[in-house]
Ligand binder design. Structure first.
Ligand code: SAM
Length: 285
């Protein structure tokens, strides 16, 4: 099978045909360089026969590079014009029947993915990259690993370790599902339009066993949000609202083996999980 990738001229021609002007609102920065999409697919180590989900396929540049490996793709696109055109582009570029399924939907709301994909590969819309990632990891336990391109600061935050300035709620929530690491840089010049931020590739590998059940995850994430909402404060203070006072918070922290005077940025995801386990059950929880 030979799939031919899209170059800058073809991307612009497709956009003109569809009367698409890339919008900031949907984070539309299209990759117009075949080497870059191949680099993303290599970083994700996509193998023939694997089932990949791509969020925001746009005009299809990365989609075709994934399909070129012999993997199948389920692509979730919110922009109807792009979702509608993509199957035809795939046929025109030599993709075999059945290898691509397009879902015309908001990735933050999907609850089913046809084809049961196990690998995520995407150039994510930058304004919603973290909520999209967390929604997918939470909703689709079959997703085993992935590589995504996001704004550089977001990639660094996702891969950040405790004690660093950029370690925050997204770092802990992402780590709930498994380890993350940076997988390479991407030049601004490969996009159309050229964005005013840098981009990085970041990858994850899901942990072999879930860290906790859904109730524990929700409580832990509430604690993470409270800790980082007041990240300069000691935890006994930052969590006092959730625990009904700072002495109740101190007591719970001690039971979880965490110093009440520590700050949110010092704790690992395991620490947060232990606090989540001793947190009082909330009525909605
Ligand atoms: N994959 C293409 C590429 O690399 O050229 C396009 C990437 S562009 C950064 C992001 C894409 O995500 C756009 O096609 C945009 O329409 C789509 N998008 C934005 N928000 C979305 C959402 N909530 N759900 C699904 N797709 C979304």
């Amino acid at each position: 099978m030979t799939v031919s990738l899209l170059g800058a001229t073809e991307i612009r021609r497709l956009a003109a045909e569809l009367d698409v002007t890339p919008t900031k609102k949907l984070g539309q920065n299209f990759v117009v360089d075949a080497n870059t999409v191949r680099k993303i697919v290599q970083a994700a180590d996509v193998q023939p026969g694997e089932r990949v989900v791509e969020i925001g396929p746009g005009l299809g540049s990365l989609t075709l590079a994934i399909l070129e490996t012999g993997a199948s793709v389920t692509a979730v696109e919110i922009d109807h014009r792009l979702a509608d055109r993509l199957p035809r582009t795939a046929v025109e570029r030599g993709v075999p029947d059945g290898a691509l399924t397009v879902v015309d939907a908001d990735a933050m709301r999907v609850t089913e993915l046809p084809g049961d994909p196990t690998v995520l590969v995407a150039n994510l819309p930058y304004n919603v990259s973290v909520p999209v990632l967390l929604h997918l990891l939470e909703t689709f336990p079959q997703l085993q690993r992935g590589v995504v391109m996001v704004q550089a600061e977001v990639a660094e935050r996702l891969a950040a370790k405790p004690g660093s300035k950029i370690y925050g709620a997204p770092s802990v929530k992402a780590a709930w599902y498994g380890p993350w690491n940076l997988r390479g840089t991407v030049s601004r010049q490969v996009f159309w339009p050229v964005p005013n931020v840098d981009s990085l590739l970041v990858g994850f590998q899901r942990a072999p066993e879930p860290r906790g059940d859904e109730t524990e995850r929700r409580r832990t994430f509430e604690i993470v949000d409270a800790a980082f909402n007041q990240r300069r404060k000691m935890l006994r203070q930052a969590l006092s609202g959730l625990f009904g006072g700072s002495s109740a918070a101190s007591e719970a922290l001690q039971r979880a083996g965490v110093e009440p005077t520590a700050r949110g940025e010092d704790l690992t995801v395991e620490d947060y999980h232990r606090i989540g386990r001793v947190a009082p059950r909330r009525q909605d929880g």
